[in-house]
Design a protein around this ligand. Structure first.
Ligand code: FA5
Ligand code: MG
Length: 381
């Protein structure tokens, strides 16, 4: 795995590794493999699929709303717990706040887990129409569509009483209608005429809340969450008496479909066969370079109460980096007499760029076995 630099630059700030990765601090859980991604700003590379997609969405908003939406895409991903959770009304006991799900720099600071972390701050600064794009961080499973770092774009629009009176409806009705029309227009711009559906859902920061799904290649694909902003958020941030909508969309989800990218790890590749494929303003399909075979290794152990799959994935990712393609639970059983539960995971190792040698894989798997035992307090079988 790559050796972490001592510092990274982001949004005009210098972040020192020593302040962000502190293995001996129990309130910190940021591994080197995640620190090395901070500041790479894939969404700001104009010849990268994420940059191309971001610019296409910008064009859509500029054309539809005459440049009214202000754009922010260089905000530091290191935010307060208050901004990431409290300011968007995430309850104190919500699962997303746990160290199992979120990367904490310390007890008051996290790597943002969504771009909604900037809603309150941007409102307080006086913005009423804005888009925030950035890298977001979540502890999660390992497979072709999940990676601990991905990218979101947040949209936010405030309506005044004049606006809903002129439309002859109440504020929530206007915001909800405007939101759906805006996003249906965006989906049509990106996908052409496609079948779409709105699904009711729940977010702490919007009510009503919806997800937009599009029917693409025989499947319903969830591409974004959105809704009418909770009044409390507007009231607390200098916009009492107004109504708003917000959305958050996953750029990788859209880009994988639009550019036919089969594995989320590719976005991070430095291989010239990847980096030279995409050009600003062009939406081309990914031309796969020959796919190297995967190699599967199983690992079985008796778990303890403290065991979590996210922790296992982090150990594997820390050792194998992007050489790990997937970690799946393939067997689970209980020994009632001993009161123990056994899990067996199958780890798929595969490079996107070359074939791996047996020796290399055995070496990785050996390290995984050692660290699973020492860091996760499980008993190997
Ligand atoms: C959110 O993050 C909300 N902040 C979105 C929002 C904003 C709702 C404003 C309402 C108002 P969610 O966790 O569902 O919601 O993520 C939003 C989108 O990010 C998803 O629809 C999906 O496209 C993308 N996404 C979520 N998790 C992942 C992941 N692990 N990998 C790639 N994309 C993901
Ligand atoms: Mg409510």
């Amino acid at each position: 795995t790559a050796c972490a630099a001592a510092s990274v630059e982001v949004g005009g700030l210098t972040l020192n590794r020593d302040e962000i990765v502190r293995e001996d601090d129990p309130t910190n859980n940021v591994p080197d493999s995640v620190f090395t991604k901070i500041g790479l700003q894939l969404h700001n590379r104009e010849n990268h699929p994420l940059g191309i997609l971001k610019n296409e969405i910008y064009s859509y908003f500029d054309e539809r709303f005459q440049g009214e939406f202000k754009k922010f895409d260089d905000l530091s991903p290191i935010v307060t717990v208050k901004a990431n959770f409290d300011d968007v009304l995430v309850p104190a006991d919500h699962v997303s706040r746990r160290m199992n799900d979120t990367y904490y720099v310390n007890s008051e600071t996290v790597l943002r887990c969504h771009t909604s972390a900037h809603q309150a701050e941007k409102l307080r600064e006086g913005n009423t129409h804005f888009l925030v794009t950035g890298d977001v961080y979540r502890r999660d499973a390992i497979d072709a569509t999940h990676y601990p770092v991905f990218h979101q774009m947040e949209g936010f629009r405030v309506f005044t009483q004049d606006e809903w009176e002129a439309a002859g409806v109440d504020g929530t009705t206007l915001a909800s209608k405007h939101l759906k029309e805006t996003l249906e227009g965006l989906a049509e711009r990106l996908f052409g005429k496609v079948e779409m559906r709105w699904v009711d859902t729940y977010f702490p920061f919007t009510d009503p809340s919806y997800e937009l799904e599009i029917f693409y290649q025989d499947k319903w694909l969830e591409v974004l969450g959105c809704g009418v902003v909770e009044q409390e958020i507007l009231n607390r941030n200098g916009r009492g008496g107004t109504v708003g909508w917000a959305f958050g969309l996953g750029l990788e989800r859209l880009a994988m479909v639009l550019f036919a990218i089969p594995d989320i790890r590719l976005f991070w590749s430095d291989d010239p066969r990847w980096t030279t494929q995409f050009k600003a303003g062009q939406r081309t399909k990914f031309k796969s370079f020959s796919k190297y075979p995967p190699c599967y290794k199983d690992i079985s152990f008796w778990i303890s109460d403290k065991f979590s799959e996210n922790n296992l994935c982090e150990v594997v990712r820390g050792i194998a980096g992007d050489l790990v393609e997937e970690v799946v639970l393939i067997d689970e059983f209980e020994n009632k007499k001993k009161g123990l539960t056994s899990h067996c995971y199958r780890i798929a190792y595969r490079s996107m760029e070359r074939s791996l040698t047996d020796e290399e894989i055995n070496d990785l798997q050996g390290k995984v076995r050692d660290q699973v035992q020492s860091k996760l307090l499980v008993t190997l079988r």
